[in-house]
Design a protein around this ligand. Structure first.
Ligand code: SF4
Length: 378
């Protein structure tokens, strides 16, 4: 029995080996992988001589290698499937999270709405938009008035055109000296006619208008030099104190900002803005003197009457385009010296008479003809 069983077993084993040699690759790979790789293995055996690519695969890999490779592919495929599932699961989770966050956000928004927070935001936004929509105030006919004033000033023969503060410096000199002289002429010009200021500056220049020389000069001598400038005693004190500060704090030059200029004795905003323009070539604001202040009120270039030049400056800067700031001082000062004079404006010869609020106001009673000088008593 034993011998016959052993023979049977050996016979079966031989049969299995035969099967394996003919179809073993088929059955084995079918169990482990699938039909695609099996077909490839079969083809490789049948078509090895004709197909070099298959030959390479067939000759390079043993059966075990093929199974192993296919197993690896199979595992890799399973791994990919697993990863896909994981990814899909994660995405689902993320979606859930997003939904949860959105729900929380909606819930939070709802609670904010309930608590009135959104109401306040909406209110601010609407107010801001309304502010932007508001039209900026500007005087009626201002462009026509400006054009008319330019036309009336085209001869440029007013005192400011030839004797203004920008005409008082030495012809030659260092930039520091020229800036110092510009500042001094502005300090002298306060409540003083351009002709008087210009003459005083000529005498000072002849004397030697530098910081060192001014500081070495006796106060009384300086007063005599600038006479008949108004408030000469006070102005000499301002000039002396300013000169000490410039020497000690600014190394003989003048400050280059409106704020620092305003810190100097006797220097206010009007002087500072004009100085920035004339001495440094920088437009920082409108220089509003008594002429600009008066004319701006007469022709309605301020929304409501202003009490002083500083108020007028702020009102003008609110609406006047900044590229006109430098021009408007010179233009209006000359216009005020020649036509729109403080007393007795020459409305009859003014091109603005038809559109000027002052000329057409029943209460202002502007003089319609050029003023005539009353004969002096002998
Ligand atoms: S009309 Fe008279 S008040 Fe008006 S701008 Fe001319 S001069 Fe001045």
């Amino acid at each position: 029995m034993r011998g016959s069983r052993g023979r049977e077993t050996r016979a079966k084993g031989a049969a299995s080996k035969k099967d394996l040699s003919e179809e073993g690759d088929l059955s084995t790979t079918q169990d482990l992988k699938g039909s695609v790789s099996v077909t490839a293995t079969r083809r490789s055996r049948r078509t090895t001589p004709a197909n070099p690519l298959v030959k390479e695969v067939g000759s390079g890999l043993t059966m075990n290698d093929t199974i192993q490779t296919e197993s690896s592919v199979s595992l890799s495929s399973r791994f990919m499937k697993h990863e896909k599932k994981k990814l899909s699961h994660n995405e689902e989770n993320d979606d859930d999270k997003d939904e949860a966050v959105n729900e929380a956000s909606v819930s939070s928004d709802q609670s904010k709405k309930d608590s009135g927070q959104f109401k306040r935001r909406n209110k601010i936004s609407i107010e801001y938009e309304n502010e932007l929509k508001k039209d900026k105030w500007e005087p009626p006919n201002w462009l026509q008035m400006l054009s008319n004033i330019r036309e009336m000033r085209k001869s440029a023969d007013a005192p400011v055109d030839n004797m203004g503060c920008d005409k008082c410096m030495d012809d030659e000199g260092t930039p520091e000296i020229l800036r110092y002289q510009t500042l001094l002429s502005l300090m002298l010009s306060s409540q003083t006619k351009d002709e008087v200021t210009h003459a005083a500056m000529q005498r000072l220049r002849k004397h030697g208008c530098t910081i060192e020389n001014i500081l070495m000069t006796d106060d009384k001598v300086l007063e005599d030099l600038i006479h008949p400038v108004g408030f000469k005693k006070t102005k000499v004190q301002y000039i002396k104190r300013t000169s000490i500060i410039l020497r000690d704090k600014y190394m003989g030059d003048i400050p280059d900002t409106v704020e620092k200029l305003c810190e100097l004795p006797g220097v206010g905003p009007k002087m500072a803005h004009l100085c920035m323009n004339c001495a440094w070539g920088v437009v920082t604001g409108i220089g509003v003197d008594t002429h600009v202040h008066r004319i701006s009120n007469r022709i309605g270039w301020v929304p409501r009457p202003t009490k002083n030049p500083e108020e007028t400056r702020k009102a003008l800067e609110d609406w006047l385009p900044s590229d006109l700031w430098s021009e408007v001082n010179h233009l209006l000062v000359g216009f005020g010296q020649q036509i729109c004079r403080p007393v007795g404006p020459h409305c009859s010869t003014c091109l603005n008479v038809a559109i000027c609020p002052y000329a057409n106001s029943p209460t202002s009673k502007p003089r319609k003809t050029s003023p005539t000088k009353s004969p002096r008593k002998k």
